[in-house]
Unconditional design. Structure first.
Length: 380
């Protein structure tokens, strides 16, 4: 639907009970001219839709812009009374075809029942859980889990609802680092054992068998006295005890819808700064912060210069090239011992991004999904 026409639908559909839809492929026609022709013929709403599931380039338009797909379908909605009048369909189709300068055979017609059109497109968007307790939930659904931390969010023009793999990885990182005390080493050992038990059959080999086998292999390659047990215990603790301090300060750099910053605030961050170069994203982030009642702790910033230094975490779900370019800036923003979470890069770009941050951060891979990777780095 054209953005500047959305309000037409919102307050006019309630007066009619059924609709007649006329649709056609836009082809070489001018979008503005096609829309004007439809309104001149009596349509009260005009929607442009993707005819080939090709969303590239149209997900985040700037305010006032309306990029279209290479194959665009135009749907024109008329008052339902026309559907019941003799020859109404043929008359409307002929009139619209003449206004557009196309053959009437290109226009298809169908009757539509009344629906809550403003929210019809949300029907396939459902609540999603990330990690143990973090949920992103559309306003039309409810989450009943007693320990759920909920971000209420409907998909919009600005990127970020959790459906993309890179956003999901960032949300899982937040859930893992903002919750209570870290899981014990025994938890991970048991989890690993559970996964192995699901794939091996027959009686297990004895512990002594594995211990001796392991020792035989290690003794062939390592010289000198063994490291003490305390060394390995401390190394494990360092990896597990990566939770954020109480009242952490967070920057959501390239915030889009603000979902990551809002999630951080809902999980307990004391202060979040959400920054983006896209004005549409800033509007969306501010609106979503209010909807989640975290506007007092989430500050939308239109300038990079307004971001505070010595922050605990910088979240950046953008792309590999800007991530590499921003490494010095993030090093200046993050306190020593603080962390960066880097996402929006493909798996084959991990080495490049890791190298860009190596001078100031100890970077490790947090996760990978559908070819997308998420890195985390601790400031030295």
């Amino acid at each position: 639907m054209r953005p500047h026409q959305a309000h037409r639908l919102a307050f006019r559909v309630s007066s009619v009970v059924a609709f007649l839809e006329l649709s056609f492929d836009l082809g070489p026609l001018d979008a503005d001219s096609a829309e004007s022709a439809a309104f001149a013929c009596g349509a009260f709403a005009v929607t442009f839709v993707d005819a080939r599931d090709d969303a590239v380039g149209v997900l985040e338009p700037a305010p006032g812009e309306m990029p279209l797909w290479t194959a665009t379908r135009v749907k024109c909605l008329f008052a339902g009374a026309a559907a019941h009048e003799p020859n109404a369909r043929a008359t409307l189709a002929a009139g619209l075809a003449a206004a557009l300068g196309i053959d009437v055979s290109r226009i298809e017609t169908q009757s539509l029942a009344d629906r809550v059109w403003e929210r019809e497109w949300l029907k396939d968007f459902h609540a999603m859980r990330f990690g143990r307790r973090l949920w992103v939930c559309p306003h039309h659904e409810r989450v009943s889990a007693p320990d759920a931390v909920i971000v209420s969010l409907d998909p919009g023009l600005a990127f970020g609802t959790g459906t993309h793999a890179s956003t999901a990885l960032c949300l899982e990182w937040l859930d893992a680092h903002f919750q209570g005390p870290p899981a014990s080493a025994e938890h991970f050992a048991q989890s690993q054992a559970d996964r192995l038990d699901a794939h091996f059959q027959g009686p297990p080999a004895s512990a002594e068998h594995f211990a001796q086998s392991q020792a035989d292999r290690l003794d062939a390659h390592f010289q000198g006295p063994p490291a003490p047990a305390e060394h390995f215990a401390q190394s494990q603790a360092d990896r597990l005890d990566a939770h954020l301090p109480q009242g952490a300060h967070v920057i959501d750099y390239g915030c889009g819808s603000g979902v990551l910053g809002i999630a951080a605030a809902r999980l307990g961050a004391a202060e979040v700064h959400a920054y983006d170069i896209d004005p549409q994203a800033l509007i969306a982030a501010a609106d979503n912060a209010r909807a989640n009642e975290v506007q007092a702790r989430l500050h939308v910033q239109a300038s990079d210069d307004a971001l505070p230094c010595d922050t605990d975490v910088v979240l950046a779900n953008i792309l590999a090239a800007p991530l590499c370019a921003l490494a010095p800036r993030f090093a200046a923003l993050v306190r020593r011992g603080g962390q960066v979470v880097l996402a929006g890069l493909m798996a084959h770009e991990v080495a490049e991004v890791t190298a860009a941050y190596a001078a100031c951060f100890d970077v490790v891979r947090f996760g990978e999904r559908d070819g997308w990777a998420c890195l985390t780095g601790r400031r030295r």
